[in-house]
Design a protein around this ligand. Structure first.
Ligand SMILES: [Zn+2]
Length: 297
């Protein structure tokens, strides 16, 4: 996939892995009617069919690299290697993510800033890597910004969040201990020239401090929506609760608000888990929405 240029912004996708899981285990309310409607514009025969019982949800796990005004910003850092995880699919991974990053043109030393939309295990993993039995920051020259609200939540080791607490301990704490981490408010501005920049915006629900990241620089706006929407079928059913939303009602309201905001305008969306090119535009479709992937392969 080629980098995407939006004014002075250049955005590159760096893939870690695809992870298929039964659809109803993630989006339990999905109906056959939803699938039928989805298939009119989402055709991935290895993933979805008319029967939600036999359909899969295949998570693409990837990062986005934003280059703007000499800054190289890494958005979300996937699952990471060698990490002990309660979820077998992501336990002690050994992917070639850093090779993919290099092939996209970036060495770990090139990253100036790491931004995580939220502190779930699949968004913070490459913050650190294992070196001589110790977790060290993967991006030695980067400043890492973490939203305060998620940080304050996960540091308490909340019940039911053991998987994300594992990630907190090996992917957030070592960054803070190395003096590379900065806790920020959920409207933090990471970079700003007059009238544009890169900034966080609250999008609470999926996790208590979940954010989206806005970026704009003399071109169409870019919206890195993280996990506000996990799967294309949620554009048809914004009310579908994702099994791992911390607050399902708030997550659904946030999802609807984001879709309303970007529908039928030039905002280019960068979801955290959509497949293909991932990037695309949201279009109104009767009483719901649909997604139009950009084609730049
Ligand atoms: Zn995620």
């Amino acid at each position: 996939m080629q980098p995407i240029e939006l004014g002075r912004l250049r955005v590159t996708k760096v893939h870690e892995m695809d992870s298929p899981v039964p659809l109803l285990s993630q989006l339990p309310g999905t109906t056959a009617a939803d699938m039928k409607r989805l298939l009119t514009w989402y055709d991935q025969p290895d993933e979805v069919n008319e029967d939600p019982e036999t359909s899969f949800m295949t998570f693409s796990v990837h990062s986005w690299v934003i280059e703007v005004d000499g800054q190289t910003i890494l958005v979300d850092t996937c699952c990471g290697n060698d990490k002990p995880r309660l979820l077998p699919e992501v336990d002690h991974l050994g992917t070639d993510y850093l090779g993919n990053l290099r092939r996209a043109g970036f060495a770990p030393e090139d990253i100036d800033l790491v931004m995580c939309t939220h502190l779930h295990f699949d968004h913070v993993g490459w913050n650190t890597r294992l070196e001589n039995g110790k977790w060290v920051p993967t991006f030695p020259n980067a400043r890492y910004v973490f939203g305060k609200r998620d940080y304050d939540y996960f540091r308490t080791d909340p019940a039911g969040e053991e998987l994300h607490n594992q990630a907190f301990l090996d992917s957030i704490v070592p960054v803070m201990e190395a003096g590379r981490g900065e806790l920020v408010d959920e409207d933090h501005v990471a970079h700003r020239e007059i009238g544009d920049g890169v900034w966080l915006e609250p999008a609470f629900g999926h996790s208590p401090g979940c954010c989206v990241i806005n970026a704009q620089a003399e071109g169409a706006p870019a919206l890195f929506w993280g996990d506000v929407i996990h799967h294309p079928v949620q554009l048809i059913r914004h009310d579908l609760k994702f099994a791992f939303d911390a607050d399902g009602v708030a997550a659904s309201q946030t999802r609807k608000a984001v879709m309303e905001r970007v529908a039928d305008n030039d905002t280019l969306c960068f979801p955290a888990h959509f497949r293909r090119t991932s990037a695309g535009h949201v279009k109104r479709d009767g009483d719901a929405f649909r997604y139009q992937w950009i084609d730049n392969t």
